[in-house]
Design a protein around this ligand. Structure first.
Ligand code: GUN
Ligand code: ZN
Length: 429
């Protein structure tokens, strides 16, 4: 067993967007029945220290231990796409994204990029991610092998895209489904890894490919599903042409059996209430991707609409449409987006709510409640040590915080990777 003494942030009820800061806290971690390091105890140092007197303790004075962040939607082969301007989603895909993703057919490039990508997640305090690889199975192998080496909880999938995509990234219907199944068998539930069936979006997948993806989802009920929906108006018009009889873009995924718990749809911006109801009733969840939506001019996730109908969601970077790996940048962008909400303009999302969306809330969306995204006893011991003195302005502002909300807001507004002092990943055995 090991213990860590610092201020500790956690969510006493992971279903509720309210955090508690144990100002002088103790976090005790030790192996569970499988030998994986999990939280054994969490509380005030004064109360717990006598019980764990013999346990080696690391003291982080002035630091805050927080649950590792969860990125609900990120593209591994888009690290070199960040900051590529375009008129909107479709030209951005064509001119910047597909050319970069082509490079991932080369094993050497995938391996080099995977090492960089995982290191960048960790540097930013992200300890769990749901990631798109490219359409090349090698890119999934490179990414998951690197995550395994680092003992990261990573869920990833080979992108399915058998139409309306250029040579070099377009896959072949039957082979793409065979590859997907082989990758599920190789990686899903190995160590901390998971597989996600990954149709890119409706325009890039033939009906046969979507149908095959739905069949795999039935055959492997605990794998994840990830895709994009209702991000951009031109994209939506294209789907309407392809499926004129469909009630909505989202309903096409439902038609192919791709909506259920563990299905995560990025963006979910241009929804009506029937779409929101479909999300809720199927147990699918949204990955709100605010820096991407602002960068590509896609629109604004409607927080009030989502909460009114009661479907699950969490935060995501959507790198490389998104502009940053940093959860602080994503939470700040989500705050801006909340203020632009369609059904309830001027919403002021609380910092505890924003933080929840990137930790315990994201874990709920993934069906990993009680596993990651929190520090309650039993949770896997993934956490981040933050230094609120990391920059002069943050040190000054944080020192004057009169409440937990003010402290969290100072970090959301002024924070970035400099705030992340150490990222600790739960170790096996
Ligand atoms: N829709 C289809 N592919 C993509 C992608 O790579 N990024 C984003 N943001 N939207 C998409
Ligand atoms: Zn995306």
């Amino acid at each position: 067993m090991k213990a860590y003494r610092a201020s500790i942030l956690y969510f006493p009820d992971p279903a509720v967007r309210r955090a508690v800061l144990e100002v002088d806290g103790l976090l005790v971690v030790g192996p569970d029945a499988r030998g994986r390091q999990v939280v054994q105890a969490l509380g005030a140092h004064a109360e717990l220290a006598p019980r764990f007197a013999g346990v080696p303790t690391t003291h982080f004075p002035g630091r805050i231990i927080v649950p590792g962040f969860i990125d609900l939607h990120i593209h591994f082969p888009q690290i070199d796409v960040i900051g590529s301007p375009a008129e909107g989603l479709l030209p951005w895909l064509e001119n910047h994204t597909f050319p970069q993703e082509k490079r991932f057919s080369a094993q050497g490039h995938s391996a080099e990029a995977a090492t960089f990508f995982i290191a960048e997640l960790l540097r930013n305090g992200v300890t769990t991610a749901l990631a798109f690889a490219s359409s090349h199975p090698e890119s999934v192998n490179a990414l998951l092998a690197e995550a395994q080496k680092n003992q990261l909880r990573l869920i990833a999938g080979k992108v399915l895209m058998d139409q309306h995509s250029p040579d070099g990234v377009r896959d072949e219907t039957e082979q793409s489904l065979l590859d997907t199944e082989a990758l599920i068998r190789r990686w899903h539930n190995v160590d901390r890894l998971g597989y996600a069936i990954t149709p890119r979006f409706v325009p890039s997948c033939s009906a046969a490919q979507l149908h095959g993806a739905g069949e795999l989802a039935v055959k492997y009920p605990d794998v994840w599903i990830q895709s994009h929906v209702a991000e951009n108006r031109d994209e939506i018009a294209w789907v309407r042409q392809l499926y004129p009889e469909a009630r909505s873009y989202l309903s096409v995924y439902a038609q192919f059996g791709l909506m259920r718990p563990r299905a995560i749809y990025a963006h979910c911006i241009h929804f009506d209430d029937a779409d929101r109801t479909l999300m809720r009733d199927t147990g699918a969840a949204a990955a709100a991707s605010p820096t991407s939506n602002l960068f590509l001019g896609s629109g604004f996730f409607d927080y009030a609409g989502a909460d009114r109908m009661g479907f699950g969601y969490g935060l995501a970077s959507d790198v490389g449409g998104g502009t940053s790996f940093s959860p602080f940048h994503t939470m700040l962008a989500a705050y801006y987006v909340g203020r632009e909400g369609q059904t309830k303009p001027g919403l002021s999302l609380s910092p505890q709510d924003l933080w929840w969306q990137h930790t315990a809330g994201a874990a709920r969306a993934l069906g990993l409640d009680g596993v990651v995204g929190n520090l309650l006893p039993g949770c896997e011991a993934d956490f981040v040590v933050l230094n609120p003195q990391a920059t002069p302005l943050l040190a000054r502002r944080a020192a004057q915080a009169a409440s937990l909300d003010e402290l969290l807001f100072s970090m959301i507004v002024l924070g970035d990777d400099r705030l992340v002092e150490t990222t600790v990943i739960s170790q096996a055995g």
